[in-house]
Each structure stands twice: as C-alpha cells, then as structure tokens.
Design a binder for this molecule. Structure first.
Ligand code: MN
Length: 435
C-alpha cells in the first residue's frame, strides 16, 4: 500500500489552522532571539534517517518474541513499510539492509521499487554474529564454519576467511543497490577470563578488517561499530570508541567509527565521544536508540532526551559550526521492540531525533562560546537549557508540512487504520526475518 500526497493533505486540512497559530507564535519568539527559523527548517527538511530492515517486525528478547500482525514477510514489504513511514514523516528517506536476512533476488528491481517510494539504500550491514540455519542460507553464502568463537578475530584462518568473504559479498550486494557504505559490527569477544589472547584477537581483527577494506570501492566508506559487552560478557574485541578509532585509522581514510547510543556503559559521556570523533573527522555512522540499563534499544528519546539534545549540540557544532571536515554521518535508528507497533515506534523515534536536532540548531554558539571564554558556567548552562526547554514541535511540524508530510504522522497512521490494512493484506501470522 501507498499513501498519496493528496491523502496526507486532506488529513492536514483540518489541523492546519491550529498549527499555523502555534507555529507563528513560536517563530516570533525564536526570531526575537535571533534564530533563523527558515534555515533551521531547511536543515530539518534535509535531515534523513535510515530505517533498518530488521526494525519493521516486532522485536524479541532472549525470553521470547510476540509477533505483530501484518509484519513484512519479504524485502519488498519491508521497503513498502519504510515507504509508509517516509511518506508520513518525510524524514526516513533511506533503508539499511541486513545480509543475509534481506538478500535481494533482483537488485535492479529492488532498487527501482525503493526509488519509486523516495528511498535510497544506506549502509549495508553484515552478519557474522550468528550461524545461519539450513534453509535460511543464500546459495552464495553456504556457511561451513561456526561463529561460536568469533569471526574476524577467530583463531582459525578458515573461519576468518569465511567472515571476510561474507563482508565482501555484502559490499557487492550493496553496490548493486546503490549503497555507499558497509557497517561492521562484531560480537567477537570472550565470556571468561583467559579465553582470549587480547592482543592476538585484536591483531587478527585488524588484519581481517584490512582485507575487507581492500574490497571497498573507492567511493565507499566502512563503519566500525563498537560495543563494550553482550553477547560476550567478559570482553569484546572492539569494546570502545578508542579501539574503533585505532582500527579505522589503520585501515585507511575511508574507514570510520560508528557510534551506537546503546553501546556504552552507564553514564558514559557520549557527547564528548561524539565531539572527539568529529574533531578528528572520524565519525562515520550513528545509530539512534535509548537505554536505561544497557543496550536496551528503546525508542529514541524515551529515557534520556536531554542527553540526546547534548549529543546533537555537539553534532551541530561539529557538522555546521566548526572547521571539522568530517563527512555527514550515516544516520540510522537501531531499535527494536516487543510491545509497540513497530511503525508507530519508528515514527516516535524519528520525531525525537528531529526535536533534538532542532534544539541543537537553535543553540547560539557565539553566545555559548563567549560564556565559556568568560568561564561563566551558569550562563553556559542557561543557554543550553533554554534551547532544550523551548517547545519546538510546531517548527518540526511546519518543516514536515513544507515537505508534504503529515502534520501528525502517528494520528494519520491510526485514523487511516494502516496496521489493520497491513494485517488484511499480509495476514496476522507473518513474521519478519531478523532477530
Ligand atoms: Mn547498532
């Protein structure tokens, strides 16, 4: 199914007059403070976040999975779902595929279909963290070796070669879809002291990554994701941004670090990591989610919206205000749920991301810098919190309206009974491939 611009405009009509009132009031307030609201909205309209193909079905935990009716059973249906989200929000113009869960049978047709919905293919994701069951395997990817004891770090050369070749195949599939980047996340590590030689494991991982890197087309980027623990609970080979940075530097200029918000130990100052990587021009990818305890993969902004704002404050400074030559990072939502309708959940995440971005965009960096130079700690805090506490939702709605999106995407989704239609078309018992 598709949502047309006419349908969205019909929906918007009854809400437009209220919206304009709220927007004009906010715009007046912001302009008084010297904010260029047109510029903020232009940036918001340009800001697109990729939806991963595995976030469209109900997520599971190790205790079980509760299916959601109408889940996409095929890659085409997953793309269709992202198309729905993008039509309503105008901020999800890309999809990020996971191989081998989403191998396109006819890449040209897949690319064309996505393009017809306004979607591009963002970073490709490889998977060497689980063994593929018989029958799930793509013919090109017959898996001989088990990843039980690691992949790129494995002690055995044949295991490493299999994992390296898988990543190279993922690059090839990505090329056929017009993607320009590969994200490597490894579960490699150890669960017990003594299990792994840390130095050798890291050295083997570096060699494997260099091998994968050598297969990258020159206009591609490789993102190296880090995570401190889970599924291994004693050590992870790429445990933190420093290790990721070291590996990226060794691989070459097209290798970058990837920050996943959930991949930090509690209370880590993520905004400072973001600032450091931007300063070095090495922030390549960014995965949004939220967490209370660990890698909870909760809806973006559900737990720590102020932290998200502080992160965006650094992102805005690094991307638009400083001399950093960091390329624009690849943005992706990396969250998955057991409880909510996945499409509603993704729309909530997109809204939280845009809100934090907008809050970051209205920070007066000149005043903030002045307060810092004068060591006026109180004023620096006031400047940031003033931005965070300004309700910018009318501005976000206005930007969306100008892009032909819905003023209120979640209510459109509910009023148009989209989930019910998906269930009608696809059935109650479909299960999306993935975790
Ligand atoms: Mn991630």
């Amino acid at each position: 199914m598709r949502i047309t611009i006419d349908q969205i405009q019909d929906f918007n009509k009854s809400r437009e007059s209220d919206h304009h009132q709220h927007f004009q009031f906010l715009q007046g307030q912001l302009e008084e403070k010297g904010v260029d609201t047109e510029e903020v909205m232009r940036r918001l309209q340009q800001f697109q976040v990729a939806i991963p193909s595995w976030a469209l079905g109900a997520g599971g935990t190790r205790f079980g999975r509760f299916s959601f009716g109408g889940e996409p059973a095929t890659l085409e249906q997953k793309i269709e779902d992202v198309g729905l989200i993008h039509a309503l929000t105008q901020s999800a113009g890309a999809i990020s595929l996971h191989i081998p869960w989403d191998i396109p049978q006819d890449p040209a047709a897949t690319k064309q279909f996505a393009g017809s919905l306004g979607l591009a293919f963002d970073a490709m994701n490889s998977n060497t963290f689980q063994d593929q069951r018989q029958g799930q395997q793509h013919e090109q990817q017959q898996q001989q070796q088990s990843y039980k004891f690691g992949s790129l770090c494995h002690t055995d050369a044949a295991h490493r070669a299999q994992a390296v070749n898988h990543n190279k195949q993922v690059i090839d599939i990505g090329v056929s879809l017009g993607s320009k980047s590969l994200t490597v996340w490894l579960a490699d590590g150890s669960s017990f002291p003594g299990q792994l030689n840390f130095q050798k494991a890291l050295a083997r991982t570096l060699d494997s990554l260099k091998d994968i890197y050598s297969h990258l087309p020159s206009d591609w980027k490789m993102y190296i994701e880090y995570k401190p623990y889970e599924p291994n609970f004693y050590s992870t080979v790429i445990q933190d941004w420093g290790t990721s940075h070291l590996l990226a530097n060794e691989c070459g200029e097209n290798a970058y670090c990837l920050v996943d918000l959930g991949h930090h130990l509690p209370n880590t100052n993520i905004e400072q990591i973001v600032a450091t990587l931007l300063w070095r021009g090495k922030l390549g990818g960014f995965h949004f989610n939220d967490s209370k305890y660990g890698d909870d993969d909760l809806t973006v902004g559900a737990i720590q919206p102020y932290q998200l704002f502080l992160i965006f404050n650094e992102l805005v400074y690094g991307m638009h205000k400083s001399a950093s030559d960091n390329p624009s990072p690849a943005w992706m939502i990396d969250a998955s749920h057991n409880l909510k309708d996945p499409l509603e959940d993704l729309m909530q995440s997109l809204e939280a991301i845009r809100l934090a971005y907008a809050q970051g965009l209205i920070v007066d960096h000149h005043r903030l810098e002045q307060a810092r130079e004068e060591n006026d700690v109180t004023k620096a805090q006031e400047i940031l919190q003033e931005c965070y506490r300004t309700d910018l939702r009318p501005l976000i709605r206005e930007a969306r309206l100008r892009s032909n999106g819905a003023i209120d995407p979640i209510n459109y989704y509910r009023e148009a009974s989209i989930r019910q239609q998906l269930i009608k078309n696809r059935g109650l018992a479909t299960v999306a491939t993935g975790l």
